[in-house]
Design a binder for this molecule. Structure first.
Ligand code: FES
Ligand SMILES: [Fe+2]
Length: 409
């Protein structure tokens, strides 16, 4: 999968519209010069067949952000999750993270039903079988009653784990390409600082009554900022917004509009935490479902998982930067910055959330083709990715710009 287009196969007709850009001259901030078609049909946002296709082709062969270093900080710390319906357990063993199917080979109980905890040994909650870090069985209470055990006791099933910045990723699919390969064009967003420079501020969830693509598309376009986030989130003029489109995702860079006083305050805070820390907003969308936003001394991660054809769950975490050599004062400032940033992020996401039911209803009743502006071209790139991965056959007129007459039909 991903990588940038320098390694990509030749572009299709439709792909011409999403040609990758490399560092651009300041005068060319968008990749496309003309408006774009809405590649996906409204029914792709509620069709059960499309939902199954997406699970199979987009989500299963994928790395998923499942937690943060903060969730398993000490030796023996663990957390459990459900990933695409599969129960998993992630555990810190002497500083490295390991992921197991949260099912015991003895009589199929989950190893733990706790959301998180600490266990000095990896042990099943039911009859107390213990397991080594590689998943092989260790101490079995009253083992003599299991004789003869042909081939020895069974092992736990393990999944691949990767850590990037403060984020822990798991893949259920052994054929999934390595995470660094997948992260390649986006790595600077989390590799700029080591994982332990990020302090976890808060993690929370939303259950949105809308198809996951409605939320993904809204997240990557800045066209709605003026009308929806009038007082909370605006960019400096449109010609300062910069887009990059890669095979595996997209990047947006912009300057957040702020009053001179707010800008001065941010500059002061960030100079205390990391002198020279860039105030630029960077939104990295790793197809299909991971969004990493960086600005000044904050990192925000968001992932989307479909929960039905017309609903999805978003998980959001906010991290703020720690000073390289921490002092009690800098620790306080890092925490304070998290307390300032988290409500601001929640306000913006609540404004977006209020739109999702209406967009979903519209999708389910729309007779229109829709269209996408150059400012929304990252939506087009995302739709193109979904369409390609799912093998959708796109009408020829969706590969070309849609005329005003067509839109009014
Ligand atoms: S089910 Fe796990 S030890 Fe029995
Ligand atoms: Fe928004």
């Amino acid at each position: 999968m991903p990588g940038d287009l320098r390694r990509a196969p030749p572009l299709t007709m439709l792909g011409l519209a999403i040609a990758s850009i490399h560092p651009q001259p300041a005068s060319l901030m968008f990749v496309n010069k003309t408006k774009l078609p809405h590649v996906l049909l409204p029914e792709h946002y509620s069709s059960p067949t499309q939902h199954e296709l997406e699970l199979e082709r987009l989500f299963r062969p994928q790395w998923h952000w499942v937690g943060s270093l903060h969730d398993a900080r000490e030796d023996g710390d663990f957390f459990t999750r459900e990933l695409l319906g599969v129960p998993i357990l992630v555990r810190n063993h002497q500083g490295s993270c390991h992921c197991y199917l949260n099912v015991c080979p003895h009589r199929h109980s989950t190893l733990s039903s706790e959301r998180s905890g600490n266990c000095p040994t990896l042990k099943c909650q039911y009859h107390g079988w213990e397991f080594h870090v590689d998943g092989s069985s260790g101490r079995i209470p009253d083992a003599k009653h299991f004789r003869p055990m042909s081939g020895g006791p069974e092992c736990l099933k393990k999944f691949s784990v990767a850590v990037h910045g403060p984020l822990i990723f798991v893949s259920l699919d052994p054929s999934c390409p390595s995470l660094p390969d997948q992260f390649q064009p986006f790595a600077e967003v989390t590799s700029e600082f080591p994982g332990d420079r990020w302090a976890h501020a808060e993690t929370w969830h939303y259950d949105f009554p809308a198809n996951w693509k409605v939320v993904a598309e809204n997240t990557v376009e800045s066209y709605h900022l003026e009308s929806v986030h009038t007082d909370s989130f605006r960019f400096e003029p449109e010609d300062e917004i910069e887009h990059e489109i890669h095979e595996g995702g997209t990047i947006m860079r912009a300057t957040i509009h702020a009053t001179p006083r707010a800008r001065q305050f941010t500059r002061w805070v960030t100079s205390q935490l990391h002198p020279g820390c860039s105030p630029q907003y960077r939104m990295h969308h790793l197809f299909p479902h991971l969004f990493l936003m960086r600005t000044d001394a904050m990192l925000q991660a968001m992932t989307l998982m479909p929960t039905s054809t017309t609903s999805c769950r978003a998980t959001v975490s906010v991290f703020t930067l720690r000073r390289e050599h921490e002092t009690p004062w800098s620790r306080l400032l890092t925490r304070f910055w998290g307390r300032i940033k988290t409500p601001a992020v929640k306000k913006i996401l609540a404004e977006d959330a209020s739109l999702y039911p209406g967009i979903q209803t519209g999708m389910e009743h729309s007779p229109f083709k829709g269209c996408v502006s150059t400012r929304e071209e990252l939506v087009h790139a995302f739709q193109h990715h979904v369409s390609q991965k799912c093998g959708l056959s796109i009408e020829p007129d969706r590969a070309a710009a849609t005329s005003a007459e067509e839109l009014s039909q």
